[in-house]
Write a protein that binds this ligand. Structure first.
Ligand code: BG6
Length: 483
């Protein structure tokens, strides 16, 4: 742990900062995991004095902080570490006050957090380099999406590698900070009853769903340039896929773990146009209940063809997974907010069960509930009491809430703390970002080449376009809709 820290937030008056970053920093502060001497400097275009910014935060924090964290003495002490610099981070000529400030603070460690619109991800590191604010004692955390496609991700990587060394760059994917996501590895590799069957011989297919019952809120401008695939799939969902499918890393350290992630991405079967036509579905929410259509949201074009729903079948061509389909499903304005992975095991075939008294055993299902109601459910068949041999599917479940002595922490707090400790294991490495874009670029190219490719409407509050059902019906399955 460094003796002193300056934590600089670019995009300090933005949504992410107020929703996630300050409550995470408060968590770390309340755990006494920040150096004794630290400052948080918000940087943004909205003009604030230090005290105005603190007042703004005091107004926002209660909305995004757990009530149990709201201890007046703690908050006042935390707030006293916060400063603000009014500047436009895109403009080189506005950096002098920040440069002066950092000189005066002379902290042992400096962390820059880019919580700005992605447009600024390229320009800020260049300016930091120009002013020599990129020394060995600095690290930079950059939010996703890292790049807009493969070529822009390569350009960004080149900029970051020019300004910093790879070990100073922390590409944030907050899904990796979730305990339940990390637990996928423990579940797979710490349990001898699951590890041997975690492959194509026993697993039929896997669903990875991450849906929300919110719209785009006030992020229309960003969403119009991103869409669901860039916002969620190219990063969060493939990361979950990697955790589900990677080989066991020899150690849990940055290189061993991230090498295995890249191998998964490199093994994804490249997408041809024909494949995309058949196996990728995009949708956009229309009005439903009291919710307006996507096209009526602020800063959204009235004829926008940006997707708010995305589903696809992906395949991995390696020894363990060849032939096993993986289904992604992501959407805004769906009936609920849930992220979960459903592993469908192959059905057994045995005369006793297939033919006796109409018995028709179900396939085993394992549900890894990433959020909410974090836990794991195993569905298995039992014999129904009585004559005959009919079976019924029942469940065994574990919920994290039952662990009274530990709580699942906040993913942002976990990752910011890892950065503070200089541990990049749970951050995305530059080559992984490029490998993932390489795969998804084919879809972006396809949509560009065939702009008239279907974009299905679905009423807000429903499970997405009905056309997505056909995808999973191709393996005789149905989407598992959590309630
Ligand atoms: C963010 C996306 O990365 O993840 C948002 O930009 C999305 O659009 C959010 O709402 C979901 O994160 P979580 O942790 O709330 O599931």
């Amino acid at each position: 742990m460094p003796k002193s820290l300056s934590f600089i937030i670019f995009g300090a008056s933005g949504d992410l900062t107020k929703r996630k970053l300050f409550s995470a920093l408060l968590d770390i502060f309340s755990e006494k995991h920040l150096p004794e001497k630290f400052e948080i400097v918000g940087v943004g275009r909205t003009p604030y004095s230090d005290s105005e910014y603190r007042d703004y935060l005091l107004g926002q924090l209660p909305k995004y902080t757990k009530p149990e964290a709201w201890d007046n003495e703690l908050i006042n002490s935390f707030i006293s570490h916060i400063r603000y610099e009014t500047m436009d981070p895109a403009k080189e000529e506005e950096y002098s006050p920040l440069v002066e400030h950092l000189k005066t603070s002379n902290s042992e460690s400096v962390i820059y957090y880019l919580a700005t619109p992605p447009l600024l991800y390229g320009v800020i590191p260049q300016h930091l380099k120009t002013f020599g604010l990129n020394g060995e004692n600095t690290r930079i955390i950059v939010e996703k999406p890292f790049g807009y496609d493969l070529s822009s991700a390569k350009q960004l990587n080149a900029i970051y590698r020019d300004a910093f060394q790879e070990h100073q760059v922390f590409r944030m994917d907050h899904f990796l900070g979730k305990e339940t996501a990390q637990n996928i590895l423990a579940f797979r590799f710490a349990n001898s009853i699951f590890e041997p069957i975690w492959n194509r011989n026993y697993i039929d297919y896997i669903e990875i769903t991450s849906v929300e019952n919110l719209g785009i809120e006030n992020r229309g401008g960003y969403y119009e340039t991103a869409g669901t695939m860039r916002d969620m799939v190219q990063n969060h969902l493939v990361q979950l896929l990697a955790l589900c499918t990677m080989e066991p890393p020899v150690k849990f350290d940055a290189d061993s773990f991230r090498n295995e992630v890249v191998k998964v991405y490199d093994s994804l079967v490249p997408l041809t146009e024909d494949y995309i036509r058949e196996n990728v579905i995009r949708g956009q929410y229309t009005a439903g209940g009291d919710k307006v259509a996507y096209r009526q949201e602020a800063h959204v074009a009235p004829d926008s063809r940006v997707e708010t729903f995305f589903a696809m079948k992906a395949e991995i061509d390696n020894w363990r997974w060849s032939g096993v389909p993986f289904f992604f499903r992501v959407g805004k304005q769906m009936p609920t907010k849930v992220t979960e992975i459903v592993v469908h095991f192959k059905k057994v075939h045995h005369l006793l069960l297939d033919n006796v008294n109409g018995a028709n055993p179900h396939a085993n299902k394992l549900v890894l509930r990433i959020q909410p109601n974090e836990g794991i459910v195993l569905r298995f068949d039992m014999k129904l009491p009585g004559t005959g041999f009919q079976t019924k599917q029942v469940e065994m479940d574990f919920v994290y809430d039952r662990l009274s002595d530990v709580k699942t922490g906040d993913p942002y707090a976990r990752l910011i703390e890892d950065c503070l400790l200089n541990d990049p294991t749970l951050f995305t490495r530059g080559d992984a970002v490029e490998s993932s874009w390489k795969y998804f670029d084919a879809i972006l190219d396809y949509w560009k080449k065939y702009p008239e490719a279907p974009l299905y409407g679905y009423p807000a509050g429903t499970w997405g376009p009905l056309e997505s059902n056909a995808l999973i019906e191709s393996v005789n399955g149905n989407w598992t809709n959590p309630c």
